[in-house]
Write a protein that binds this ligand. Structure first.
Ligand SMILES: N[C@@H](CCC(=O)N[C@@H](CS)C(=O)NCC(=O)O)C(=O)O
Length: 254
């Protein structure tokens, strides 16, 4: 059995979709990131960067002690290796997939996260709305550029890495499906190949099932005070603020 430490966000969906695609048994352990579950000693031992998703595989590949993995890219690579699915074994084909997995991890995910921060969350945080303008320009511009990169790739390939659906598609789709909502739904007319792929991957039953995992979590209406505390927790993290939680986790491990 695999424990999935999870909250329903694009980074969380990557792993719930992969688990559904691989038809693996898993147990969802909610990590309510708005309430600070990512700072508990128990979670930090699994995921020292205080971010979900993370997994613990109780029957790991190769046997031995339960295996904990954080970072969605590493988790998908591991699950692909464990099941022999969605990643070719031939060296050239494997690295064709892995380069796009790393592309997503270093580019689309962080740029969309920052674009969303400046466009949507920032207005409740910045003292002066003009502080947001450059951030919006920079990160929405990057998302636009990255959309063009995917569109070009998908104009000559059915899937990101060719004719086979792979972990590169799974990891990228979870963010790419939200580009219209983030920028403007009209953006799809500029990127028709990307739209074709977003729709096609979105039709897969495992993608639909994975995206629904934990939908009910985080649906509760927050009070103004709770909303403020959530913003403080999520958007104002410094080493000083998280050090105490880390020290607590280290004490619990030693
Ligand atoms: N690169 C990481 C990103 C994970 C990430 O940013 N997770 C967010 C939710 S989408 C989180 O756990 N945030 C908690 C926090 O900011 O304290 C991955 O892909 O696994």
């Amino acid at each position: 059995m695999i424990d999935l430490h999870y909250w329903p966000t694009p980074n969380g969906w990557k792993v719930s979709i992969m688990l559904e695609e691989c038809e693996l048994d898993y147990n969802v352990i909610p990590v309510d990131i708005g309430s600070g579950d990512q700072f508990t000693a128990q979670f930090l031992r699994i995921s020292p960067n205080n971010r979900m998703p993370a997994i613990v595989d109780h029957q790991p590949l190769g046997g031995g002690e339960p295996l904990a993995i954080f970072e969605s890219g590493a988790i998908l690579e591991y699950l692909a290796e464990k099941t022999g699915k969605f990643m070719p074994t031939d060296t050239a084909a494997k690295y064709k997939v892995l380069q796009w997995v790393h592309w997503q991890m270093a580019n689309l995910g962080p740029m969309m996260g920052n674009a969303n921060h400046f466009k949507n969350y920032g207005k409740n945080i910045a003292d002066d709305p003009s502080q947001l303008e450059y951030g919006i320009k920079r990160f929405v511009g990057e998302v636009d550029r990255l959309s063009g990169v995917m569109d070009a790739q998908l104009s000559v390939n059915q899937y990101l890495c060719g004719s086979e659906y792979s972990i590169a598609d799974i990891i990228t789709w979870s963010w790419a499906c939200l580009i219209g909502r983030l920028i403007d739904e009209d953006v799809w007319t500029t990127f028709p190949n990307l739209k074709r792929w977003v729709d096609e991957v979105g039709e897969r039953p495992a993608v639909q099932a994975g995206r629904k995992v934990g939908k009910e979590l985080g649906k509760r209406e927050l009070t103004e005070a709770e909303e403020k505390a959530r913003r403080e927790l999520l958007f104002n993290q410094t080493n000083d603020k998280v050090r105490a939680a880390r020290e607590e986790a280290a004490k619990a491990t030693s």
